[in-house]
Ligand binder design. Structure first.
Ligand code: NAD
Length: 172
């Protein structure tokens, strides 16, 4: 199999680190692009331990780049530097409860981040695929469980609404 370069925004997080491990097992090169932010209290934080656990045994094989998806110039820099074949866009404020208190940060981290990447790759033919992480919060109250992917979308809060807007942005 041909080795591909995967740029994973938010790649240092809970899901991103697992994605990196899986990509390495499949023979690909993961590149983590992450602002290394945490949304829990710094006084209760195990952040450094989380990073050590998540990248145990694979740290040297992953390329780490610090950066913020809301900074369009830095996004452009990282795209032109690494020329990834696939972008897995996970970086976002990930906690629905937190989004009530920080609506602007929610919107900028979910929408502006996605927009900057879409804009930066629109003329780059080396990018084969762009993957956007949505959320079950786009559905609102589930009418059936398990909730099918084509369930009606009726988000009830800013987090779900912004994730839905992000998915629409990516599809257009
Ligand atoms: N964990 C879940 O159960 C779940 C469920 C549904 C959807 N998701 C989505 O999956 C994605 C990843 O979730 P997770 O649980 O791994 O979250 P996480 O908080 O563990 O990881 C998110 C990562 O994104 C980074 N980040 C945040 N804002 C950034 C920015 N502006 N620029 C660069 N990096 C930034 C953080 O530093 C962090 O490393 C998110 O988009 C989240 O909304 C997660």
């Amino acid at each position: 199999m041909t080795q591909k370069k995967f740029l994973i925004t938010g790649g240092a997080g809970f899901i991103g680190a697992r994605v990196c491990r899986q990509l390495l097992e499949l023979g690909h090169q993961p590149i983590v692009y992450d602002a290394f932010v945490q949304y829990i209290s710094p006084f209760e934080s195990f952040y450094q331990k989380f990073l050590e656990w998540r990248f145990k045994g694979i740290r040297e094989q992953v390329i780490f780049e610090r950066g913020d998806t809301r900074d369009k110039y830095d996004v452009h820099r990282i795209i032109t530097k690494h020329r990834p074949n696939v972008i897995i866009h996970l970086a976002a404020l990930p906690i629905a409860d937190f989004s009530f208190e920080h609506p602007e940060e929610t919107v900028s981290s979910i929408l502006l981040g996605a927009l900057n990447f879409l804009d930066s790759i629109k003329d780059q033919d080396f990018v084969e695929r762009f993957v956007f992480a949505s959320s079950s919060m786009v559905y609102g109250d589930f009418l059936e469980v398990p909730c099918p992917e084509d369930h009606p979308k009726k988000p009830k809060d800013i987090y779900g609404g912004t994730k839905l807007a992000g998915a629409v942005l990516v599809e257009t």
